[in-house]
Write a protein that binds this ligand. Structure first.
Ligand SMILES: Cc1cc2nc3c(=O)[nH]c(=O)nc-3n(C[C@H](O)[C@H](O)[C@H](O)COP(=O)(O)OP(=O)(O)OC[C@H]3O[C@@H](n4cnc5c(N)ncnc54)[C@H](O)[C@@H]3O)c2cc1C
Ligand SMILES: *[C@@H]1O[C@H](CO)[C@@H](O)[C@H](O)[C@H]1NC(C)=O
Ligand SMILES: *[C@@H]1O[C@H](CO)[C@@H](O)[C@H](O)[C@H]1NC(C)=O
Ligand SMILES: *[C@@H]1O[C@H](CO)[C@@H](O)[C@H](O)[C@H]1NC(C)=O
Length: 459
């Protein structure tokens, strides 16, 4: 059984990315061969969260990991398991900073997108993690030391642990990223904190989850009861979509100060509960917008930040995954999707890695192969998401003359529609299978089909 002797893999962070990695390693039978530990700062894993969206490219991974059926139970009314054979109306865009909504785009594509509550996705992931993988709660990583022999982890509770390979799945404010950048660039502790600090996009959001029935009472035909809608306007937009099998609507109200892009956000980047009247931020916006903003009671507030583009997603014994590598604005609904992609590719590389010199597997080679494939793509998605946000908020140079509430000519809106759909096309017309193939090639690993490597079902 011990074809890979004594590798100790530590995953710091039990969020979407860390848990997906654990599920993927379980599915590939790697948990039987190496020691896997998850260290999570929270005391329990059932955090509240908000909505996350998945596209055909991400859904492919859930399918390969055999999670499709479990997640299907949380689909919204009218949604089906995405199939690439079927064109689905998935996203509606309107110009709404005026009393009557103006059509921008109805985006349909093969497979469509599906939205879930983050907590439901975590629940499903947790149910598929091998009991051999230990989840240590209440363990907040504060620092680590990488040596030729291994990595020593230190936690806030005073505990320490050792591993051979450290996966930083610890989110946007990643401690692993900070330590990695310090070592890569020989930085002092202070400089490392500065270098690792996320950049603010200039956008702030209010988020809340509301009962669908409240919206239906006000407007039984409200489009957000059925699918994601983006109400767009100058320097602001509001997104709303159904989650939790249609019982709830996830609402996010964005407002931007384009001059502040790439500065550091002043103050706490999240405030769990505010008393702001969100509707007052969108005066004279359409009735459909108001229907959503009027129901955002005690919204949380978030600064939308990104990770400064990294040159590599890992080296030596340290590897970054998910938001810790590439936190992005939510405008392409892809933060979780990209975390799935990282986890899927990394798990395959670990699973395919042959032991070298009869002793240890070549961790640095796994990480270099992963980074070679994931860094260009992850960084691309961050930039595409930033750009898409500018499309939603009429911030491109071509709209310099447009003010909030202005009427914009139909041909200009048609050009905008074109740009929006160009930036999102990759989510359905490309496949993770090609990237996996490329990564395995770099490893020099024998090519395996996705089906056979994921065939180790337990049920
Ligand atoms: C407004 C908004 C809307 C979004 N909408 C979407 C969407 O529609 N679709 C989508 O795909 N994504 C969306 N996202 C992004 C998505 O939530 C993240 O990209 C995704 O959760 C990333 O997963 P992760 O595992 O990298 O990080 P997280 O899910 O943040 O998990 C990190 C984990 O690490 C733990 N942790 C942190 N620090 C430490 C430490 N020092 N030691 C130990 N544990 C630690 C945390 O407690 C957490 O459990 C949105 C985000 C925002 C802010
Ligand atoms: C790293 O930085 C320190 C102090 O800034 C310096 O003394 C040392 O020589 C540097 N090491 C390398 C390898 O550049
Ligand atoms: C919120 O603001 C809107 C628009 O300014 C106003 O009509 C509404 O009465 C306010 N709601 C509350 C609860 O103050
Ligand atoms: C809202 O519209 C009214 C009437 O068109 C206008 O007088 C008012 O200035 C507008 N308010 C804002 C904040 O744009």
């Amino acid at each position: 059984m011990d074809s890979i002797p004594q590798l100790r893999l530590a995953i710091v962070g039990g969020g979407i990315g860390g848990l997906t990695l654990a599920v993927a390693l379980t599915r590939m039978g790697v948990d039987a061969k190496i020691q896997i530990d998850i260290y999570e700062s929270a005391a329990k894993l059932t955090q509240v969260g908000a909505g996350i969206t998945l596209w055909p490219r991400g859904w492919e991974i859930l399918k390969a990991l055999d999670l499709e059926e479990d997640l299907a139970a949380f689909l919204n009314p009218g949604q089906e398991i995405p199939s690439k054979d079927k064109l689905v109306l998935s996203l509606v865009f309107k110009k709404s900073d005026q009393p009557e909504d103006v059509h921008i785009s109805d985006l349909s594509f093969p497979g469509g997108s599906v939205s879930f509550h983050r907590a439901d996705v975590l629940t499903v992931l947790l149910a598929h993690i091998s009991p051999r993988i230990q989840i240590h709660l209440g363990c907040r990583l504060t620092s680590f030391v990488e040596s030729d022999a291994d990595v020593e982890l230190s936690f806030k509770n005073g505990e320490t642990a050792r591993c051979d390979m450290l996966v930083g799945a610890d989110g946007i404010n990643s401690v692993v990223r900070r330590g990695f950048l310090a070592k890569e660039n020989n930085l002092s502790a202070d400089d490392a904190v500065r270098e690792a600090h996320p950049l603010w996009t200039g956008t702030t959001v209010y988020r809340s989850v509301m009962e669908s029935s409240l919206v239906a009472q006000l407007d039984p035909k409200h489009p957000a009861l059925l699918r994601p809608v983006s109400f767009c306007g100058k320097n602001k937009h509001v997104v709303a979509y159904p989650i939790s099998a249609g019982r709830q609507i996830n609402a996010v109200a964005f407002f931007s100060d384009p001059g502040k892009e790439n500065t550091l956000f002043d103050g706490p980047s999240t405030v769990p509960k505010t008393t702001v009247n969100v509707s007052a931020l969108y005066p004279n916006w359409s009735a459909e917008t108001k229907c959503i903003t009027d129901n955002m009671i005690n919204p949380s507030r978030w600064a939308i930040e990104i990770v400064k583009p990294l040159e590599r997603y890992g080296a030596g014994r340290i590897v970054l995954l998910g938001d810790s590598a590439h936190a992005m604005p939510p405008h392409l609904g892809n933060g979780a999707g990209q975390a799935f992609e990282d986890a899927y590719i990394l798990a395959h590389l670990v699973a395919a890695s042959p032991p070298v010199s009869g002793e240890r597997i070549d961790i640095a080679h796994i990480i270099a192969s992963y980074s070679a494939v994931r860094q260009p793509f992850g960084n691309f998605v961050v930039q595409a998401s930033v750009e898409q946000g500018k499309n939603y908020e009429f911030e491109g140079a071509e709209f310099a003359d447009v003010r909030e509430g202005d009427t914009v000519a139909p041909e200009r809106l048609a050009a905008l529609e074109e740009r929006i759909s160009d930036l999102v096309r990759w989510t359905w017309d490309s496949s993770i299978a090609d990237d996996l193939h490329h990564a395995l090639e770099l490893m020099g690993a024998p090519q395996v089909t996705q089906a056979s490597t994921c065939g180790t079902r337990r049920e």
